[in-house]
Every structure is written in structure tokens, then in C-alpha cells.
Design a protein around this ligand. Structure first.
Ligand code: ATR
Length: 269
């Protein structure tokens, strides 16, 4: 039976085994998917060993997405743009790295939530790995503007320069956003993990605007509470993105795209 796993540290809390087991069952696919705790300095040796052992594919999660990209023998355009991989696909001689995070986010926004990106003013908060992973697929949807803001301007400037061939990204700092309004604000910072939100000016959310946190569970609460208090018409956490990025990975491994609605509903339940 083909074997897959999510590699991370920590990884015990990961919902990926449950999601992929549900996908496999719904499509009558026989496969094994588990969670493996791997320390950062063990990733390279482990991937070599797993290849020799015949594993079929992996998802990489914190803290491996960027280091994993360098360990792949080839990478998709999405992985190159993101500078990170979340999905490894077995090849004869190594691993092909892909990144389905941005595609998962866009799918959750468009298909599950009915949120338009085309022609909208979109703001990404944060300029770390999570932010960089989503900007190329967002640009591809044709927003009126895509801004990335961070506490200091250097990381947004770096991302804007690196992805210049894909489109225009406006680098900002959080405080410089004063007076601007966005239709869709995506929180890609890790601040929520310590119960915080970035310091943001008031009235950032346009009328009818939507706030989305790439995190889910407790880590999404502070930003979504802030967004509601600032008058967001709608807010969402990133659980749908998690399920959709998994579905994209499953499709790359198995050639079949699972239905996501039932899995998402059961995770929410
Ligand atoms: P990830 O892979 O989750 O993106 P990362 O690469 O460490 O993790 O990036 C974390 C992001 O969250 C950064 O944009 C970081 O801002 P800085 O570059 O200014 O450090 C942002 N972040 C983390 N904690 C934050 C906080 N309390 N307020 C604002 N931004 C925060």
C-alpha cells in the first residue's frame, strides 16, 4: 500500500492524517497516511531514507517548508514562487516539491466562501513564509491591488522584488496603512499563536470587506475578533484553506480530486 506522511515538529496535533484518511475513504483509495515528528537537522537524512524505503509522498509543515524546498531535486512554479514546499511527490531518483497552500487558499475563498478576488483591493498582513506562499496565486486572480504589510518594510520589499515578474505587489508597513481601505484582508502573521495581532490603524476594512486568517482554532481568534470590531462584513479562519491545500496535494499524488465539503464540515463539527 502507498505510504504518505506529514513531517513537522511539533506534528502530533496535525489534522492532515484525518483529512487524508477521509479523502482516501471517499474515493475508495487504499493508502496509509501518518504524522512523523522530524527535527530540522533530520529532514535531509530522513527524506533520503524514506525514498529508499519506498514512501510515495509527504506533506511538510512547520518548520520544514523552506528547508524542504532546497532538498527537492525539482520544484513546481508555485513552489519556486513561494520559496517553500508543502507537498513532496516521489520521482525515480528523489522528490519533486510543490506548494498547494496558495491554491488551497484561493479555492477556499472562491469556491467555499464565495469571496471574489478579481478587481478587489487585497491586503496580506505579514511577510514571512506563510505570506510568501500565497501571493502568487492571489496575483493570478487579478486583484485591483495586492499589498503586503509587515512591521518593517524590508520583507515586503524583498517579496515584491522576487515576484515582480508575476505582477505588482505593493510593499507596506502596518502603520503606513493609515487612511487606506481594503476589501479583503488576509492575516498571514504568526502573531495569533501568542494571542496577539499586528498593530494596525483603524478603519482598514472597506465597507462590505472581508477578513480571513490563515490560521485556525485559537490562533485565529484575536484577528477575527479585531476584524469584527472594525466592522468586517464577514470573517473566516483558515480551516477551509487547510482542507483545500490537502485536496490539492491528494490530487497531485493520486490523480483524483476529493470532495472537501463533508471533511470540512466534520472538522468544524
Ligand atoms: P510563517 O512561516 O508563519 O510565516 P515567519 O516566517 O516566522 O512564520 O513569519 C512570521 C510573520 O508574522 C512575520 O511577518 C512577522 O513579522 P516580522 O517580520 O515583523 O517579525 C509576523 N509577526 C509575528 N508576530 C507578530 C506580532 N506580534 N505582531 C506583528 N507581526 C508579527
Amino acid at each position: 500500500m502507498d505510504r504518505y506522511a506529514v513531517l513537522g515538529q511539533p506534528v502530533a496535533h496535525s489534522k492532515s492524517p484525518r483529512i487524508h484518511a477521509a479523502f482516501a475513504e471517499s474515493l475508495g483509495q487504499k493508502l496509509l497516511y501518518e504524522a512523523c515528528e522530524i527535527a530540522p537537522d533530520e529532514l535531509g537524512p530522513s527524506l533520503s531514507r524514506f525514498h529508499a524505503e519506498g514512501w510515495a509522498g509527504f506533506n511538510l509543515t512547520v518548520p520544514h517548508k523552506q528547508a524542504g524546498a532546497a532538498l527537492c531535486e525539482s520544484r513546481s512554479e508555485a513552489a519556486e514562487a513561494a520559496g517553500a514546499v508543502n507537498t513532496l511527490i516521489r520521482t525515480a531518483t528523489g522528490w519533486h516539491g510543490d506548494n498547494t497552500d496558495g491554491a488551497g487558499l484561493v479555492r477556499d475563498l472562491l469556491a467555499n466562501l464565495g469571496v471574489a478576488i478579481k478587481g478587489k483591493r487585497v491586503l496580506v498582513l505579514g511577510a514571512g513564509g506563510a505570506a510568501r506562499g500565497i501571493v502568487a496565486p492571489l496575483l493570478a486572480e487579478g486583484p485591483a491591488e495586492l499589498a503586503i504589510s509587515n512591521r518593517n518594510p524590508w520583507k515586503p520589499e524583498e517579496i515584491a522584488a522576487a515576484l515582480k515578474p508575476l505582477g505588482n505587489i505593493v510593499p507596506r508597513t502596518h502603520l503606513s496603512l493609515k487612511g487606506d481601505r481594503y476589501d479583503l484582508i488576509l492575516n498571514a502573521t504568526s502573531a495569533g499563536h501568542s494571542g496577539a495581532i499586528p498593530r494596525l490603524p483603524p478603519k482598514l476594512i472597506a465597507e462590505g470587506g472581508i477578513a480571513y486568517d490563515l490560521n485556525y482554532g485559537q490562533a485565529a481568534v484575536p484577528f477575527l475578533v479585531w476584524a469584527k470590531s472594525e466592522g468586517a462584513a464577514r470573517v473566516s479562519d483558515g480551516l477551509g484553506m487547510l482542507v483545500e491545500q490537502a485536496a490539492e496535494a491528494f490530487q497531485r499524488w493520486r490523480g483524483l480530486r476529493p470532495e472537501t465539503a463533508a471533511v470540512l464540515a466534520s472538522l468544524r463539527g
